[in-house]
Design a protein around this ligand. Structure first.
Ligand SMILES: NC(=O)C1=CN([C@@H]2O[C@H](COP(=O)(O)OP(=O)(O)OC[C@H]3O[C@@H](n4cnc5c(N)ncnc54)[C@H](O)[C@@H]3O)[C@@H](O)[C@H]2O)C=CC1
Ligand SMILES: NCC(=O)COP(=O)(O)O
Length: 336
């Protein structure tokens, strides 16, 4: 049975946040163990503390390579130790530069294992982007770092639950910069990558994609902005000409009321900026949603939330998103 379950690299995330404890909670779940063989990339001190915080009976076993994780029992957490952080670097709620550097190494190593095929997929626990930045790794998040490591420029961030799936044209951008980044090329790229990437998630060959407007009332004929006429409609027209099932642009204010009806009218929604898409997504799917990077040559899923410093060390953070991201990484890996 063991050999049939995909080996999934799970990056520990920021040791000062809830990452280690939601990993412990997820790996305590029999359904997660039945779906995959886990390999945690992280730090022994932080993971051991998480076991204590969670009052867990699981045992932490250090492995030297992914293959050593393959035959371990489901009562252990296999750990590839990539840092040796001191107590001062893992204080709950206080981001540290050394932790920021360690987190970068967990992600990079997991991506390398995916690229060489030593693991089938990676699922990531939340990081503190500020700490990674302070350590000299200047990436807005996992997404851009992984795209660079995979030498991929056709990537898209999508957050997904079973009803709503939202892909973003712009990701971590100051709101003032967003209009200038909405081009026909960017919108069309997002539609294309979303259509291809969402198919294995929704189980359909020709996903139904809805595209949102940027401006109120789709720009009201140009009165409230021209991005719809100049960029978004031309991108939709081009995507249709390529044979994709695309509709829009839709005014974002009313769209989600209809999009969350069941059965779901769309398989994915293309939103123009972070909060336009992620507020409704998290209203509906905060607990069970995941983040998935589409377009990469590797499988990468993640939790849909951040480090939750206010909950770190309390064992009260929900592990549902962590479980969902591991489960879906395993499902996608099995599908490949
Ligand atoms: N995938 C990742 O690595 C992500 C990292 N972040 C990072 O996390 C840090 C904090 O970001 P925030 O905007 O404060 O978002 P956050 O998601 O950490 O916290 C927002 C609110 O949600 C709650 N929350 C978060 N996760 C929860 C869980 N599992 N169970 C119950 N409640 C939970 C928190 O307690 C807080 O009240 C930032 O540095 C941000 O960049 C944010 C989102 C994703
Ligand atoms: N808001 C989503 C988020 O911050 C996740 O970013 P990433 O680290 O997955 O790139």
């Amino acid at each position: 049975m063991n050999s049939n379950r995909p080996l999934i690299a799970i990056t520990m995330g920021d040791p000062c946040g809830v990452g280690p404890e939601i990993i412990v909670a997820a790996l305590t779940n029999p359904a997660i163990r039945a779906a995959c063989r886990p390999l945690v990339l992280g730090d022994r001190r932080a993971m051991q503390r998480a076991l204590t915080v969670c009052n867990s009976e699981l045992e932490l076993v250090t492995v030297a390579s992914p293959s050593e994780a393959a035959d371990l029992s489901d009562n252990v957490i296999p750990l590839l130790e990539l840092s040796n952080l001191a107590d001062a670097d893992i204080s709950y709620g206080r981001p540290s530069e050394l932790a920021g550097d360690a987190v970068y190494r967990y992600i990079r190593h997991a991506a390398e294992l995916c690229l060489t095929g030593e693991v089938a997929a990676m699922a990531t626990a939340p990081i503190c982007k500020e700490a990674m930045h302070r350590a000299g790794h200047h990436y807005p998040g996992h997404t851009e770092l992984l795209a660079e490591l995979c030498r991929c420029d056709q990537f898209v961030m999508m957050l997904a639950g079973d009803i709503l799936r939202v892909a973003l044209v712009t990701i971590h951008e100051a709101i003032a910069n967003v209009p200038g980044l909405i081009s026909t090329e960017q919108v069309l790229k997002t539609i294309r990558v979303t259509a291809t990437g969402v198919a294995p998630l929704c189980g359909c060959r020709s996903p139904r994609i809805a595209v949102l407007a940027l401006n109120p009332h789709c720009g009201e004929g140009g009165m409230f902005g021209t991005e719809e006429q100049e960029s978004i409609i031309p991108a939709i027209t081009a995507a249709k000409a390529e044979g994709m099932d695309v509709s829009g642009p839709f005014s974002a204010d009313t769209f989600f009321h209809f999009a969350v009806q069941e059965p779901a009218p769309y398989d994915a929604v293309v939103a123009m900026y972070h909060d336009q898409g992620l507020i409704p997504l998290k209203m509906r799917h905060f607990d069970d949603g995941i983040n998935i990077t589409l377009g990469l040559p590797i499988i990468r899923t993640s939790v849909d939330h951040g480090t939750a410093y206010n909950l770190a060390g309390t064992a009260t953070a929900s592990a549902t998103s962590m479980k969902a991201s591991i489960r879906i990484a395993a499902k996608l890996a099995a599908g490949r």
